[in-house]
Design a protein around this ligand. Sequence first.
Ligand code: GGG
Length: 360
Amino acid sequence: MTQPQTFSIASIPGDGIGGEVVAAGLRVLDTIAKQSEGTVEFEVTEYPWSSEYYLKNGRYIPEGGLEELEKHDAIYFGAVGSADVPDHTSLWGLRLAITQPFDQWANIRPVTFLPGVESPLRKADDTELDWIVVRENSEGEYAGMGGRNLSGRGPGNEVALQTSLHTEKGCERIIRFAFDIARTRDVKKVSSVTKSNAQQYGMVLWDEVFVRVAQDYPDVETESVLVDAMSAKFVLYPEQLSVVVASNLHADILSDLGSALAGSLGLAASANLNPERRFPSMFEPVHGSAPDIAGQGISNPIGAISSAALMLDQFGLTAEADRVRRAIENATRAGILPRDLGGESNTVEMTEAIVAQLEA
Ligand code: GGG
């Protein structure tokens, strides 16, 4: 008998609704493994790192935690954020404490319009729209450089500095990555986003690198758009978009806008990739911990399940990834929708509807 292909996954449910959406994605992976008739296996190890863990232990990731994660083929992450911990402490303590040392410099965030889902941009049966936001995920506004109380002049006079770091190599690798994705798409176009009229150093460097890299891709159409104009374009001319590449902060904001335009933040998937594969990549829904609905079992699992499909892509299981995407589409087309999309299905019911489509 041939040996199964075994993939080792570190799961980090994290905070709030992270646990229920990660469980949904793992249920779908389990179905894929069962249907493979012994050819594919997923070994899942759960790490209980969360804000609750931080409040007990004083840190999100224990000593040796990153070395532990490094043993896995991929990381499946839920969400981070809690009312009991300042947001910058939780983000830097868990999510960025993984993406940065593992050099997961490419964050892809597809904006997917599903059948049966009405959105501010279109009716449920309108023609398809889809584009991908490519987020620079290692530097830019998230370089963590700066300081506080720099005036040294006491209360009421505090000065804080937050520096954006844009390296030529960092710009080049993410822009090339975006062009390479564009080449695989029907519409071969890359839109580069900056605010280089106001930010005259780093973002001008980005624009210059974009023009230089574009010369290596004469088959790909290009445009450079300021982030404010791009926000308007997302709403007014979404059919003009294919691949949108932007800095860490701009792409984070634009991808939230994109998923809201597609119907809900709960739909959005993401992959934090280390394309060189020196470190494991991390897959997570774009949404956060949603403390307002945590514990009620009503969160939308589609973003997390679509993120699991991106993980399957990275494992080379592209047919299985496509099957998961089709199962999601078939479920929403049949009118089975979670609460945030106006439906009545809770997290488990939505997940089981997707599993039923996989099994159909
Ligand atoms: N699943 C993604 C997540 O938990 N995100 C929390 C967050 O606040 N992210 C902000 C960011 O990554 O810039």
